[in-house]
Design a protein around this ligand. Structure first.
Ligand code: DOR
Ligand code: ZN
Length: 346
């Protein structure tokens, strides 16, 4: 029996496209399946102002192959020098859909991020007033805090006090990786949501470290114990409006992944939708895939659900390239380590 499901065309609520040759190489991988994506601003130099976002948006549209349709939803990188008036103008322009908080030093190109949250209170208060979401990389950077605890400690010591002190601030907890993240997002009101990546539904920390180190499974926040992966799967497949897809597909060339100090990031743009169909089927929740990948995100961002559709069909083992060959170098596609039988039609 052929099994297939049709859902509104999905969106990716957390994506790294980079710039230049890498952008050119990876953009079709996302645009082939996704109508829109929240575009991370951690370029070098970062996308800080409305003018930066307009210029980057132009470069993305110029890199889009003819005949492909894709809408980049732009994001500003919050710095201690960000001007609340520029953020308000960015929101009013309609081009910018969120501001990203990177604690300085938390991840790739985050050194220009925020050290002292008090220095950005004016911007955050303006965002609460105008309803512009704050996307948060939720990890403390304190060297003494174990890397596997950094998300849970961030929620208790930074995120919760911040939300209490700025009522009405709309927050997306990006790429949650813990049961504490799931519980906190679930307990929040309508102003709180969380994205979950494809790979965190599939790997736990053993996949990275047991039987030899697997650099292509290393990302930040790093995958945690199995109990956390199971909590993420339950949340993603629940259909609850708080949870939606943000792949955090983060391309780095192989030379920088397979390195003595390897970069963080899993590249899942190519195969996310077949992988999600596999996971949702395993959880007996194929009917919830559209909520996770196509409905809950637009509802939080106050955007319409896409009118076009995507059909996924189950059949022979799915094939995708091991690597995307960009002009910047090869990028390894996330390998789930098991056969997948779901295909995107068309
Ligand atoms: O794994 C990650 N890669 N996590 C991040 O937060 C940043 C991203 C990147 O830009 O490579
Ligand atoms: Zn990211």
């Amino acid at each position: 029996m052929t099994q297939s499901i049709t859902l509104p065309r999905p969106d990716d609520w957390h994506l790294h496209l980079r710039d230049g040759a890498m952008l050119q190489g990876v953009l079709p991988e996302t645009a082939r399946h996704f109508a829109r994506a929240i575009i991370m601003p951690n370029l070098v130099p970062p996308v800080v102002t409305l003018a930066d976002a307009q210029a980057y948006h132009g470069r993305i549209m110029a890199a889009l192959p003819k005949g492909m349709h894709f809408e980049p939803l732009m994001v500003l990188y919050l710095t201690e020098g960000t001007d609340p008036a520029d953020v308000a103008a960015a929101h009013a322009s309609g081009l910018v859909k969120a501001v990203k908080l990177y604690p300085a030093g938390a991840t790739t190109n985050s050194h220009g991020g925020v050290r002292d949250i008090d220095k950005v209170r004016g911007v955050l208060e303006k965002m609460a007033e105008i309803g512009l979401p704050l996307c948060v990389h939720g990890e403390v950077t304190t060297p003494e805090v174990d890397i596997f605890d950094r998300e849970a400690v961030f929620i208790d010591t930074v995120l919760d006090p911040l939300r209490r002190s700025i009522p009405g601030l709309r927050v997306v907890m990006e790429h949650i990786t813990t049961e504490q993240g799931v519980a906190y997002a679930r307990a929040g009101g309508d102003d709180l949501a969380a994205t979950i990546t494809t790979h965190h539904l599939i790997i736990n920390r053993n996949h990275i470290l047991a039987g030899g180190i697997k650099p292509h499974y290393y990302c930040l926040p790093v995958a945690k114990r199995e109990q956390h992966r199971l909590a993420l799967r339950a949340a993603a497949t629940s259909g609850e409006p708080r949870f939606f897809l943000g792949t955090d597909s983060a391309p780095h060339v192989d030379a920088l992944k397979e390195h003595a100090c390897g970069c963080a990031g899993c590249f899942t743009a190519t195969n996310t939708m077949p992988l999600l169909a596999h996971v949702f089927e395993e959880e007996g929740a194929l009917d919830k895939l559209e909520h996770f990948a196509a409905r809950n995100g637009p509802a939080f961002y106050r955007l319409p659900v896409n009118k076009t559709t995507m059909t996924l069909t189950k059949g022979a083992a799915a094939q995708w390239p091991d690597k995307i060959l960009t002009e910047a170098g090869p990028v390894t596609v996330f390998n789930p380590g098991f056969p997948v039988h779901w295909h995107v039609e068309g």
